[in-house]
Each structure stands twice: as structure tokens, then as C-alpha cells.
Design a protein around this ligand. Structure first.
Ligand SMILES: CCCCCCCCCCCCCCCC(=O)SCCNC(=O)CCNC(=O)[C@H](O)C(C)(C)COP(=O)(O)OP(=O)(O)OC[C@H]1O[C@@H](n2cnc3c(N)ncnc32)[C@H](O)[C@@H]1OP(=O)(O)O
Length: 221
């Protein structure tokens, strides 16, 4: 791992270009296995002995893991804003993102196809564990995904902000277990208020539209 350090506007570039630290290779393996397990076990048919056997094995693993120490990410965040974050700090911030983070077992995995000042686009497939109505993605999961996608458009354009308001219009069914695309872009700015819009598409059909206002915190604006 190099001794280079990074500031907020180098974060995405460092994350994409620096080698994945050895421990994150393993963290990603753990997360991928947990995700596969979640997808395979949800609604899985099985006789009582099979279910009980799986439960025993998983409970044994929980006992083995125990309650490990965990890193407080606020320190890495402070280092980022003073330009002194290391690549390791950046992986600790980004790899656990609840949408797309490869070391976060609850994060839907996203392939980011575009991330620049003009906007972002990601492709993903949501499994049965994200189902609301039969065959459709749960509306709350869609809101979760869009909050992240619209935030990402902000970061890709080197702006900083937190979600103030997010309005969502559900236009048509968003299918589970099929590829969908999310897109977002900045549409304007007034002082600390940044206006962002986006949506979800299944093929050529737009299934969800969203628009919102992100606020740059007073301390940074
Ligand atoms: C470069 C790369 C670096 C990347 C580095 C990141 C690292 C990778 C981390 C990933 C991270 C992902 C992040 C995901 C997105 C979340 O999940 S963010 C979490 C959810 N959102 C929150 O927790 C926000 C909670 N709310 C707040 O903190 C405060 O209410 C706010 C939003 C900061 C606003 O407070 P404030 O700054 O005191 O606002 P205030 O001065 O009263 O008003 C200023 C203006 O904004 C308007 N306004 C105030 N609140 C709102 C609102 N909620 N809605 C609309 N307008 C509002 C006011 O009307 C006012 O308008 P004008 O009168 O000027 O026209």
C-alpha cells in the first residue's frame, strides 16, 4: 500500500485506481458469500431437519465471529477533508457503502457504467430478498437505491451534500431478478441547495422518476 494521501475531490479516483488492500479482498469474499446466502435462502424450500441444520451452522459461525472491534470511520472522514486520507482510509469509507459497496453484505451490487460531471448510470439486478409485490422491487428499496444514485451524481460532479428532500414517482413495476438501470444528474444549484433528478429504467421503459434537493452543510458551503 502506497503512502500517498488524498482529499475529498480525489476520493473516487483513488478508490477506482488504488490496488484493493489484501484485507478488503477477504472482506469482499465474506460479503459476497453472505449476499449469495441471503439470496439462496430466502423462501428456500426445505424439510425441518435441513432448515435446522442450516440454522445450527449459521449460529455456530455467529458465535465464532463474536463481537469484533470495529473501526470508527469518523477519523478517516476528518482525514479526507484535510487531504491526509490514505488509500486504506478510502477503502474503509467506500467499500461499505450501503448501495454498491462490495464489503457491505446488505448492499445491492451495482456496476457503475458512467460517473462524471454529466451524471451517473449504474446497472444492477435485485434478488428475491428485495421483493415487495410479487415480481416487483419493494418501493422502499427503490427509494434507498435512488437516494444513493442521486447522491452519487453529486459526488461525481465534485459537490458535497446530504439529502434534504427526495420525491419519488413510481411509474410502472420495477422487476426483481432482471437487469435494471439507474441514472441521475444535477439539474441546478442555488447557494447551498443542489437540485438533482434521476430514475430507474427496465430496458427502454422508465419505471421510476425522482427529483430532490441536496444541501451542502454550512461548514462546507
Ligand atoms: C467530492 C466527493 C466526496 C465524497 C465523500 C462522500 C463519502 C461517501 C459517503 C456516501 C454518503 C452517501 C450519502 C447518501 C445520502 C444520505 O443518506 S444523507 C443522510 C440523510 N439526510 C440527512 O441526514 C439530512 C438531515 N438534515 C439536515 O442535516 C439539515 O436539515 C440540512 C439538510 C443540512 C439543512 O439544514 P441547514 O443547512 O441548517 O438548512 P437551512 O440553513 O435552514 O436552509 C438552507 C436552505 O435550504 C432549504 N432547506 C432546508 N432544509 C431543506 C430540506 N430538507 N429540503 C429542501 N430544502 C431545504 C431552506 O429552505 C433554505 O432555503 P433558502 O431559504 O436559502 O432558499
Amino acid at each position: 500500500m502506497s503512502n500517498k494521501t488524498f482529499g475529498p475531490f480525489e476520493l473516487q479516483k483513488a478508490y477506482n485506481n488504488e490496488p484493493v488492500p489484501a484485507d478488503f479482498v477477504e472482506r469482499r469474499r465474506i460479503s459476497a458469500a453472505m449476499q449469495t446466502l441471503a439470496e439462496r435462502l430466502i423462501r428456500a424450500e426445505g424439510d425441518i431437519d435441513t432448515l435446522s441444520g442450516w440454522a445450527d451452522q449459521l449460529e455456530a459461525l455467529v458465535a465464532t465471529v463474536g463481537e469484533p472491534d470495529r473501526r470508527d470511520t469518523r477519523a478517516a472522514n476528518r482525514k479526507l477533508f484535510t487531504g491526509s486520507a490514505t488509500a486504506e482510509d478510502i477503502f474503509h469509507m467506500m467499500d461499505y457503502d450501503p448501495v454498491g459497496g462490495p464489503s457491505n453484505p446488505i448492499a445491492p451490487q451495482v456496476e457503475w457504467l458512467q460517473e462524471d460531471q454529466n451524471g451517473i448510470e449504474g446497472a444492477l439486478r435485485l434478488g428475491l430478498q428485495y421483493q415487495g409485490p410479487p415480481g416487483r422491487v419493494h418501493g422502499g428499496v427503490i427509494a434507498w437505491l435512488l437516494d444513493a444514485a442521486l447522491s452519487r451524481a453529486l459526488h461525481a460532479a465534485f459537490r458535497l451534500g446530504v439529502t434534504g428532500t427526495l420525491n419519488i414517482r413510481y411509474l410502472a413495476a420495477t422487476p426483481i431478478e432482471d437487469t435494471i438501470h439507474c441514472r441521475a444528474r444535477i439539474t441546478g444549484q442555488e447557494g447551498r441547495k443542489i437540485f438533482v433528478e434521476g430514475g430507474i429504467w427496465h430496458g427502454d421503459t422508465q419505471t421510476v422518476s425522482a427529483e430532490g434537493i441536496w444541501l451542502t452543510p454550512k461548514s462546507l458551503g
